[in-house]
Design a protein around this ligand. Sequence first.
Ligand code: TRP
Length: 339
Amino acid sequence: MSRLPRALSGAQPTADSYHLGNYIGAFMNWVALQDDFEAFYFIPDMHAITVDYDPAQLAERTYVAAAQMIAAGVDPERSALFVQSHVPEHAQLAWILNGVTGFGEASRMTQFKDKSSKAGTEFASVGLFTYPILMAADILVYQADKVPVGEDQRQHVELTRNLAQRFNHRFGETFTVPEAYIVKETAKIYDLQEPTNKMSGSNPVHTGVVDLTDTPKQAAKKIKSAVTDSETEIRYDVKAKPGVSNLLTIYSVLTGRTIDDLVKAYEGKQYGHLKVDLAEIVGELVGTFGARTRELLDDRGELDRILAAGAARAREVAAPTLDLVYERSGFAKPLGGRP
Ligand code: TRP
């Protein structure tokens, strides 16, 4: 029986809310992929504990993350939406993959170098170091074909491909070798105050970050105060005009109008016009988005049911993969099967 190809992705619940960059750069793609793929979308809460975090906040952030993914259009009827820690096969497979990962190879992961250089490697957790191996397990346990991620995750998907090929080669055909699906440059959103840096939830200052929990007023204000440049012409030029180009990108993605079309429409107009119009569009988005998210969060019972159904569906695929991996690895079978 032929099946749909599988897409899989996750977004860490490391902030109180996702932001406009996550919405445009990740969730809009996830939603579009649901038509042609059997999709698995999850909240990697086990990745979130590899850096300093507050356990009192994690569950709430996980709920908000799930609600925001649904508000963005992830459809739990069609796609498996679940929490990583609810599916034990991720951690189980990660341990096995640790055994086929070279220490040198893991040491070359640039995200670890970036993240650990802040406090110094001495203080970074071993979990942060092996994080890409858990990520590989997230992907391989579902035999995923396509992994929509940002450019910053390309190296981790590359590692995942290497581990899959190596395991297959050593132990026999087991894993699908996945492909990264990197969002187009035009769907990458930058900080409104520092438009050469990616919009990031970990930025301590949120004047350049539109949170999806912002009120329409707050969001509009952030758009209107976006840093541009000292020229007056509205045109798309990421190098010379990163601020204006970022606004044009956001405008284009949210309305479906092409950048060319927008540039023509704003010919002879000032930056202020563009900002006012875009502020209204973004304000409206966070308004509806926020209302839908709150509605979902107000019914925890329903959200729990959705996540339980998602985890059950995920395990239907993850458990047989892990069984096969255990068998290929040569483990003695416990009486009655793997727990
Ligand atoms: N590491 C990813 C990020 O920070 C999140 C993630 C974890 C992920 N597991 C994944 C993304 C598996 C894609 C597939 O963005």
